[in-house]
Design a protein around this ligand. Structure first.
Ligand code: SF4
Ligand code: FES
Length: 309
C-alpha cells in the first residue's frame, strides 16, 4: 500500500531564509541609527524600501508529514511549533481575509493560508532517468511516486513577497505600500453633513445608491491590501517610481463610491508620473488577486476616467 493510500504523506518546504545583521551595540547605545536623528532617508520608515537589508541568507529544507489538503500556513505552523521555532512568517486571520501572509510560493505571489499542499507541491526531481536509462516524460504524478517514494508529495518553494525588502525569513516590509495607500486618503469624504433639528437632535440622513453603484463599491472594497498584485507587477518594486496597483485600487474604491465628494481631487492625486502614467498595462496584477478583483481592468477603467474628465 502506498503512503498516499494509508494517509501518510510528506512534503518538503524549501524556505528562503534571511536573518538581518544584528544591530551594532554602539548604535543601540546612541538610541538607533545616528542618521535617523538627522532625518536622513535611511532613517525614515516611510522610505525603508530604498534600504537594502543586510544579513545572512540561506535555503533551508523542512520535511514533514502532511495531509494533501493542508494549507502551506498549516505546514509552517507545524514547523514553528515542532521543528524550528526560529522560522519567521506573518499571518493573522488564517482564512484569506486580512492579507498579512502574502509570500512567493514556487515563484508566484499568493497567500499562505489559502494555498494547499496538493495544489502547490511539485516533484523534487522531474527530470528523472528511468531504469533503462530513458529520461522520463510521462505523467508528473508517476515521476513523483518513482522519484521521491510513495506518499512524498514533493517540494514547495517559499520566499518573501517579491518587490519588497525582506525583514526576516518570509516577512516582507510592506510599509512602502501602506504609505502609498495612506497618501491617497483611503477614507470616505462624504458630502453630507449631520444637521440638527430645532430641538437639538441629529437629523439623520442616508446615502442612496443604485445596485450598480453598490456592486462597484462592494467589489473594490474587497481589497485586503495583501500586496500580491504589487509583488506580481514588473513595474512596481517597492520604490517611488510607481505608486502601485494596490494604491490605485484604493483610489478607485473611493472615486467610484457615489457617496464620496472628492473624486476630482482623488483623480488629481493619481494623475502623475508615478501614478497612472507609470502603469504599463502588463496586467500581471490581475492574475493572483485573492479577492477576485480584476486589478488590471480596474486600473484601465481608472485611467480612462482620469483622462476623460
Ligand atoms: S487588489 Fe487584490 S492583490 Fe492587490 S492588494 Fe488588493 S486584494 Fe491584494
Ligand atoms: S492569514 Fe489572513 S489572509 Fe491569510
Amino acid at each position: 500500500m502506498s503512503g498516499m493510500e494509508n494517509g501518510v504523506n510528506t512534503v518538503t518546504l524549501r524556505v528562503n531564509r534571511f536573518a538581518p545583521r544584528a544591530e551594532r551595540a554602539r548604535d543601540r547605545e546612541r538610541g538607533g541609527s545616528p542618521f535617523a536623528r538627522k532625518s536622513s532617508p535611511f532613517g525614515d520608515s516611510g522610505t525603508s524600501a530604498r534600504r537594502r537589508p543586510r544579513g545572512k541568507q540561506w535555503l533551508q529544507d523542512y520535511t514533514l508529514n502532511v495531509r494533501p489538503e493542508d494549507t502551506v500556513l498549516d505546514c509552517l505552523l507545524k514547523i514553528k511549533r515542532t521543528i524550528d521555532p526560529t522560522l519567521a512568517f506573518r499571518y493573522s486571520c488564517g482564512h484569506g481575509m486580512c492579507g498579512s501572509d502574502a509570500v512567493s510560493i514556487n515563484g508566484t505571489p499568493t497567500l499562505l493560508c489559502t494555498a494547499s499542499v496538493k495544489d502547490w507541491a511539485k516533484p523534487s526531481n522531474p527530470t528523472l532517468v528511468d531504469d533503462e536509462g530513458f529520461r522520463h516524460t510521462g505523467d508528473v504524478s508517476d515521476i513523483q511516486e518513482n522519484a521521491v517514494g510513495a506518499g512524498d508529495l514533493g517540494v514547495i518553494e517559499l520566499a518573501p513577497l517579491p518587490g519588497f525588502p525582506v525583514q526576516r525569513d518570509l516577512i516582507a516590509d510592506i510599509d512602502q505600500m501602506l504609505n502609498q495607500i495612506r497618501k491617497l486618503k483611503p477614507y470616505l469624504q462624504a458630502r453630507g453633513e449631520l444637521a440638527t433639528t430645532a430641538d437639538g437632535k441629529i437629523n439623520a440622513f442616508e446615502y442612496l445608491q443604485n445596485p450598480q453603484q453598490l456592486a462597484k463599491y462592494e467589489l473594490l472594497s474587497n481589497c485586503i491590501a495583501c500586496g500580491t498584485c504589487e509583488g506580481s507587477c514588473p513595474v512596481y518594486a517597492g520604490g517611488e517610481a510607481f505608486i502601485g496597483p494596490a494604491a490605485l485600487i484604493a483610489a478607485s474604491r473611493f472615486i467610484n463610491d457615489s457617496r464620496d465628494g472628492q473624486a476630482n481631487a482623488r483623480m488629481d492625486a493619481i494623475d502623475s508620473a508615478d501614478g497612472i502614467a507609470a502603469c504599463q498595462s502588463v496586467r500581471a496584477c490581475t492574475r493572483e488577486c485573492p479577492r477576485g478583483i480584476d486589478v488590471g481592468e480596474e486600473i484601465w477603467q481608472l485611467i480612462a476616467q482620469v483622462k476623460e474628465r
